[in-house]
Write a protein that binds this ligand. Structure first.
Ligand SMILES: [Zn+2]
Length: 282
């Protein structure tokens, strides 16, 4: 099973996680820019973080045969902090970098006027830089947050086929399915969305424009839940090709719209168990 995790925060994970992910079949991933738990107090703190997303993390992932790409943005939570607003000014230079395959995560956290402004401004940047957009939906007041998200996407004029609306569930998937946007689902160990519930959603809504990720952030999460979802799909009667579509070809198609996805030399069949990379020889 080859796996492309389209949304995973490796900054908050250990190197052991890279090792386990490689052994489970993860060959590529996208790490969206988000918050660091501790609020940032100045723009310089963001530039160091963005630099690590396009420099250090790809190197760390590469040691395990995993191709790392990033999305760059001012996240919705910190869009509310006046000390972080000028991050919007430095985004254009990052949106031109090779490993950056979308603008994200953007969208709503608490649905404030400041978030409205940052969201629209960054959708405009996505259009200008010809990049897809990765949109986070709030964990509170989800239905209203998702509707408002789609309204802002429509107003922006961006092609909905270049937008992924993430962290969906049974309540919000129907709203997004009819919008033309891609549908993202973050699978968690015991909250929000499970592999089994995901399989039911795939049965009901089909495989087109579906993205499954492990999110794996600062909260309780598990970077192998993409694999678990593939196994749950097989157990429920989906075939290998269906699993490959959801866990590999769909994210490749979505982020491939950036024309910057580099999957050359990715050895989808290789197993890194027992490989010298994992023995830590070099
Ligand atoms: Zn995230």
């Amino acid at each position: 099973m080859r796996i492309f995790d389209p949304h995973i925060h490796m900054t908050s994970r250990t190197t052991d996680d890279y090792e386990r992910m490689a052994a489970a079949g993860v060959r590529a991933l996208v790490e969206p820019a988000f918050w660091l738990g501790q609020p940032r107090t100045n723009v310089g703190s963001f530039t160091d973080y963005f630099d690590s997303l396009v420099g250090w993390e790809p190197f760390r992932a590469g040691q395990f045969g995993i191709r790392h790409h990033a999305t760059i943005a001012l996240n919705p939570k910190e869009a509310n902090d006046p000390r972080c607003r000028d991050v919007l000014q430095i985004l254009p230079r990052y949106l031109e970098k090779d490993g950056v395959v979308a603008v994200g995560e953007i969208g709503y956290d608490s649905m404030t006027p400041e978030e409205d402004e940052a969201f629209s401004a960054q959708l405009a940047l996505a259009v200008e830089h010809e990049l897809p957009a990765l949109v986070h939906t709030p964990h509170r007041d989800k239905a209203r947050g998702t509707e408002r998200t789609l309204a802002v996407v429509r107003e922006s004029g961006i092609d909905p086929g270049r937008v992924a609306v993430d962290h969906l569930n049974e309540v919000t998937v129907g709203t997004v399915a009819g919008s033309g946007c891609w549908m993202g689902f973050s699978i968690y160990p015991d909250t929000k969305m499970t592999a089994e519930r995901m399989v039911h959603i795939l049965r009901e809504y089909g495989l087109e424009r579906m993205l499954v990720n492990s999110a794996a952030d600062w909260g309780r999460s598990d970077p192998l839940l993409t694999r678990r979802t593939g196994e749950a799909m097989l157990a429920a009667g989906f075939c290998d090709d269906d699993v490959d579509r959801v866990l590999w070809r769909n994210p490749v198609e979505f982020y491939g719209q950036s024309k910057r996805l580099d999957l050359s030399d990715v050895d989808a069949g290789a197993t890194f168990e027992g490989n010298s990379i994992l023995r830590g020889g070099s």
